[in-house]
Write a protein that binds this ligand. Structure first.
Ligand code: HEM
Length: 380
């Protein structure tokens, strides 16, 4: 009898384990894709083929397919028109993203748009979209142009430049300015290691460089494959073990978990300080066009915005801009430059269009960018 009970208990445990591991798969089982392996899902394909795994799967399963990161299925859309449909036309119907284990415990990531859910997500998103009117974005163009000019001083004739590195520095500088009005100086010649002659400016620069170092460390630690910290790996495979493992590893000196948590906590505190300093100097901020200042001004005049965007959410949203905007923009720029360089006929046509715009010192307005560069638009 005892044997039966033991066998039944073992079978029940096995059944529960399988049900837990395959529960998210069940909901999307009709989406085409290879059979996921227990625990690792499709991560072995990423280890085997690198990012080529995605085009290979698209070829085999069509433009919409499943890819399982451990237990969590992702739906990959590998077609430009369908991406537009999902990412723009139907975007509002896609709230509540799954929470990847690298950000599941990090306060600086949890209160941004990526991780908030349901009505809070739509309410915060509506406020942010209302800020990003074309006229507001057009107001940011002169800042972007000045940063691009500054970055271009790195391009000495005849000298090799790793464009992808320059693009990350430039994008981070531009987003830093657009998000919270800080100049990290990463894309200036010499990488921003400028010696400041006045003490206050030097202190500011030192704290900006500390901030950016932490930001880069935190961002490069956001890994979705199996190369992250131990708790992130365990959390990817068996999500309910993430927290207990993390709590354990936080007690181990020198562990990656401890360091990432320390850095994310420090980043959070730095963002909180930036938000509270800017809120205290509200009158001076009114002239500024960066995201943080504009939201702070909106908070002043509207009670519902004030209730929704409390300082903790504001810190997370502002930081999220830096996180979401820099690597994406840099990768897009680098890919465009790479692809154009591989197609000289396209490069020639692009240069003709740009040269036809006018003398070198004529800067395009927002309207010019919309209407005068149709070929550039297509190439991008
Ligand atoms: C070429 C550049 C960019 C690309 C390819 C890109 C791509 C994406 C994608 C695919 C999503 C949806 C992610 C998901 O649903 O899980 C997204 C969301 C988002 N992006 Fe971007 N992005 C770019 C630039 C930017 C910039 C410049 C910013 C901010 C300054 C930004 C801020 C955001 C935010 C806040 C979200 C979350 C939106 C929400 O939940 O409503 N992105 N981006």
């Amino acid at each position: 009898m005892e044997e039966y009970i033991f066998t039944l208990a073992a079978m029940a445990m096995g059944f529960l384990a399988v049900a837990y591991l395959y529960e998210p798969y069940w909901k999307v089982r009709h989406v085409p894709g290879p059979v996921p392996l227990p625990l690792i899902g499709h991560l072995h394909l990423l280890a085997k083929h690198g990012l080529n795994a995605f085009p290979l799967l698209a070829k085999k399963h069509g433009p919409i397919f499943r890819f399982h990161v451990g237990r969590q299925p992702l739906i990959i859309v590998a077609d430009a028109e369908l991406c537009k449909e999902v990412g723009i036309k139907k975007f509002k119907s896609l709230p509540n993203r799954s929470l990847p284990s690298p950000i599941a415990n990090s306060p600086i990531h949890l209160k941004g748009l990526f991780a908030t859910r349901d009505s809070r997500w739509s309410a915060m998103r509506n406020i942010i979209i209302s800020i990003y009117q074309p006229s507001h974005l057009a107001g940011l163009i002169p800042t972007m142009e000045s940063y691009i000019e500054r970055a271009a001083t790195n391009l000495d004739e005849g000298e090799e430049v790793a464009f992808s590195e320059l693009a990350v520095s430039l994008a981070t500088d531009v987003i830093g300015q657009a998000a919270f009005g800080a100049d990290f100086g990463l894309s200036m010649k010499g990488g921003g290691n400028v010696v400041e002659d006045d003490g206050a400016a030097a202190a500011k620069k030192a704290s900006a460089s500390e901030f950016i170092k932490m930001h880069i460390y935190s961002t490069t630690s956001l890994k979705m494959d199996l190369s992250g910290s131990l708790s992130v790996i365990v959390g990817t495979l068996v999500p309910f073990l993430l927290n207990p493992f993390r709590q354990l590893l936080l007690r181990v000196p020198g562990s990656a978990d401890r360091e990432i948590t320390r850095v994310n906590g420090e980043l959070s505190r730095m963002m909180d300080r930036i938000v509270s300093d800017r809120a205290a100097a509200a009158a001076a901020s009114r002239q500024r066009k960066d995201f943080l200042s504009v939201v702070l001004a909106a908070r002043e005049s509207d009670a519902s915005t004030r209730d929704l965007l409390t300082p903790d959410y504001l810190s997370a949203l502002t930081y999220e801009h830096l996180l979401a905007g820099s690597a994406t923009t840099a990768f897009t720029l680098s890919s465009v430059v790479y692809l154009v360089a591989k197609h000289p006929e396209v490069e020639e046509k692009l240069l003709r269009e740009i040269d036809a715009f006018g003398p070198r010192d004529r800067l395009p307005t927002a309207d010019d960018l919309q209407t005068k560069f149709p070929y550039l638009d297509q190439a991008h």
